[in-house]
Design a protein around this ligand. Sequence first.
Ligand SMILES: NC(=O)c1ccc[n+]([C@@H]2O[C@H](COP(=O)([O-])OP(=O)(O)OC[C@H]3O[C@@H](n4cnc5c(N)ncnc54)[C@H](OP(=O)(O)O)[C@@H]3O)[C@@H](O)[C@H]2O)c1
Length: 278
Amino acid sequence: MNKLPDLFFKRFQSVQVPALGFGTFQLEGETCRNAVGKALSLGYRHVDTARVYGNEDQVGAGLRDSGLNRSDIFVTSKVWLDHLKAPALLKEVMTSLELLQTDYLDLVLIHWPNPDVPFDESFRALEELKTQGVVIQYGVSNFPPSLLSGAINAGEVFCNQVEYHPFLGQDRLLEIARENDIMLTAYSPLAQGGVIGHAELEGIADKHGKSSGQIALRWLIEQDQVVAIPRSSKPEHIEKNFDIFDFALDDEDRAKIAALPKNRRRINPGFAPDWEEE
Ligand SMILES: NC(=O)c1ccc[n+]([C@@H]2O[C@H](COP(=O)([O-])OP(=O)(O)OC[C@H]3O[C@@H](n4cnc5c(N)ncnc54)[C@H](OP(=O)(O)O)[C@@H]3O)[C@@H](O)[C@H]2O)c1
């Protein structure tokens, strides 16, 4: 790519982040390494992993295979909810760095809230890592509005990563993100494959010569504060998901997507917070 297209990068709190990242949940072994390598060779510059995915070594191998400078890639990892007290958190982040074989993480997230550990304690540890230069930004994931507001008061939250796609609304979180210049990372942006072949989205896709998945991803990144991190194990899907920078949705398309049911949450484990809590 010679000239970067509009929306390739977005800026939050003066930090530039590639709007389309690559998700790695459930990618393992060589599949993971090759998928990350493929994504980077196609132009992705943002990769999302987590301690609990068990694939940071393979993600790191993919990063190195790319031959890119580390500073050209935005890398996120996450600390699981049973390691949020300061000593455990510090250790977990160090393990991420070792497995990824990198000197720093662009972003570290609290993967899920843990009601037994106050944010302040985790944030103090994250601040320490920031001072050491091994964490550039920190944030949260799966925080509903009330918890996000509390977290913003307790620390320098850069991001909230939550499920977001055409079948799930996140209006209040977006409002808070916009008020505080927080990045909202849309996880499961393809509704874990659910958007593929969806009739209404296919209609919009046909109009633009695109696919329903590309419509969902474009719809997300066109929104203020939003970045998206689709995952795929397949080279052809990885390529297709990245091919969203040469068209734009119009008001009619957005109205059709807005009219779809917005209550189809895919990820809701037993330990999830109360999503509706204002
Ligand atoms: N913070 C959290 O708690 C949390 C939770 C969930 C996810 N995440 C992050 O968000 C990332 C994305 O979410 P996700 O993995 O849940 O789901 P997703 O990206 O919405 O969907 C992935 C699924 O869609 C399929 N797919 C991808 N591109 C496709 C295409 N062009 N055509 C047809 N099928 C396609 C993939 O299968 P193929 O492999 O066959 O392409 C896979 O089954 C994760 O990988 C992870 O990094 C974070």
